[in-house]
Design a protein around this ligand. Structure first.
Ligand code: NDP
Length: 472
């Protein structure tokens, strides 16, 4: 193969890297690949490369030398220090105008720092979120690149070719400068946490509260997936119930421990939202429920004291199932609303200049949160690019208005059955709080002024006041 063809070098042949390499190769772009553990590279070349123009190399120096200038190096490795080390090792071989792309789940502040470091040598930098798991990486992910426009234009033909397509429209766009891409991916994952928590709660209610077996659960989720709840998470959920366990006579779902971990993006979203003072209760709650699920000693001890596992079944199967469909839909709209509200504020604070219509557009395909709802969200921002909050879009407002009663009913049913639904409850509390003409925060102002002289504001006069609370 002509060595001049290799404009792109890919580092990291883990789950995502190897699938991206094959995807890039399938689209006719020759790619040179390197992995720290060479045995993996060898195995990849032998077992998985089938005619694509993929060339394996054994060192970073070899990788860089194989490519003509300006070079593009795509990192698909574990986030954190591995990226810093690789940049440090690569920079001596790279020259001005070469480009490094970090395709991992990187904390956005690290991306800003690394862009500054590479810029000192004139090397361009893109931080790119990739969503869709291994399958998406192989056959079409949603790509969320951020950094300079010049860097994006360089790699754009490859990204557009390998990304997922919705009606021929590639699920990739230049999101903004600096860490815009990794920020959007972080919030994507935060929304993913929120949606998964809601789906899990509804599963719990259907199973424990209505007594549905796995076949029935499959049918309900499949049916819901045909309608307005259509989306990737619904699709895989419906399939999960059918999977047989190969080590017992049960379905696999019933053999899986009820503890969920996380790798950081949900936590970063939650911390950053608190810093930016944007309420995202569904996402924070989802993060906390995963933490709670892992507290086995506490769960066992407290359960023994309160014996809360006594359950009885609701007799209103059809009615409750119908409520749950609406409740889930309402909760999902409210979860997306929180994530998009965070993006809006982050765009202002970090000067990303995000076009939220574009964010919704590239999330419609390839990624984990792809769903029919994103078409509504996209058209909301298309009609009104400066929309203050998604609930102020007439179409989405109507959808929430018509489903919020069912959300209320579903929560009441769950409470009556002793089944925790904190995500559904957080959705409703978020909605009710925004709808309240007056919140009880006047009392909080009064308390703060009482004990700490923090002053309060009045409804009838501007300014800050301090009350003499101990006087009559
Ligand atoms: P894997 O665990 O499958 O692979 C990790 C890769 O990173 C391996 O190639 C490994 O090399 C390499 N690596 C780790 N540490 C170093 C280091 N210090 N120096 C050089 N190479 C190193 O990870 P994934 O492919 O799943 O993930 C890659 C990135 O993509 C991560 O940032 C992840 O968060 C992100 N991501 C993952 C998704 C998924 O569904 N898996 C979805 C979206 C994003 P070696 O073989 O030598 O160990």
């Amino acid at each position: 193969m002509d060595r001049k063809e290799f404009k792109l070098g890919l580092i990291g042949l883990g789950e995502m890297g190897k699938n991206l390499a094959l995807n890039i190769g399938d689209h006719g772009f020759p790619v040179a690949v390197y992995n720290r553990t060479y045995a993996k590279t060898k195995q990849f070349m032998e077992d998985e490369v089938k005619g694509q123009a993929i060339q394996a190399v054994a060192s970073l120096e070899e990788l860089v030398k194989l490519m003509p200038r300006p070079r593009m190096v795509l990192l698909v490795v574990s986030s954190g220090p591995a990226i810093d080390n690789l940049i440090e090792e690569l920079l001596p071989f790279l020259e001005p105008d070469d480009l490094i792309i970090d395709g991992g789940n990187t904390f956005f502040r690290d991306t800003d720092r690394r862009e500054r470091t590479t810029a000192e040598k004139g090397v361009l930098y893109l931080g790119m979120g990739v969503s869709g798991g291994g399958f998406g990486a192989r056959f079409g992910p949603s790509l969320m690149p951020g950094g300079s426009s010049k860097a994006y234009e360089r790699v754009r033909p490859i990204l557009e070719a390998i990304s997922a397509k919705v009606d021929g429209d590639p699920c990739v766009t230049h999101l903004g400068p600096g860490s815009a891409g990794h920020y959007v991916k972080m919030v994507h994952n935060g929304i993913e946490y929120g949606l998964m928590q809601l789906i899990a709660e509804v599963y719990h209610l259907l199973k424990l509260g209505l007594g549905l077996n796995n076949d029935e659960l499959h049918k309900v989720f499949s049916r819901w997936n045909q309608n307005k709840l259509n989306g990737y998470l619904m699709e895989i959920t419906s399939r999960i119930f059918l999977k047989k366990d190969d080590q017992s006579s049960n379905r696999l779902i019933d053999q899986i421990l009820d503890q969920a971990g996380q790798k950081g993006t949900g936590l970063w979203t939650s911390i950053n939202a608190l810093e930016l003072q944007v309420p995202i209760p569904n996402i924070v709650l989802a993060e906390m429920m995963r933490d709670l699920s892992g507290q086995t000693e506490e769960r066992q001890g407290i359960n023994q004291i309160f014996h809360k596992s006594d359950r009885y079944l609701s007799k209103d199967r059809e009615k409750v199932t119908a409520h749950l469909e609406q409740a889930l839909y309402c909760g999902m709209i409210l979860t997306f609303s929180q994530g998009l509200a965070l993006l809006r504020e982050a765009s202002r604070t970090y000067k990303y200049d995000l076009v939220l219509q574009e964010v919704a557009r590239i999330w419609r395909g390839g990624c984990i949160i792809r769903s029919a709802l994103l078409e509504d969200i996209r058209s909301a921002y298309k009609k009104q690019p400066d929309l203050v909050h998604l609930l102020m879009d007439p179409n989405l407002a109507e959808k929430v208005r018509s489903s919020q009663k069912a959300l209320r009913s579903a929560i009441k049913t769950a409470m009556g059955l002793n089944i925790p639904t904190p995500g559904l409850a957080a959705s409703l509390a978020y909605f009710d709080s925004f709808c309240s003409p007056r919140l009880p925060t006047n009392l909080i102002q009064a308390q703060r002024d009482y004990f700490g002289a923090h002053t309060y504001q009045r409804i009838d006069r501007p300014g800050f006041f301090h009350g003499q609370w101990n006087r009559e």
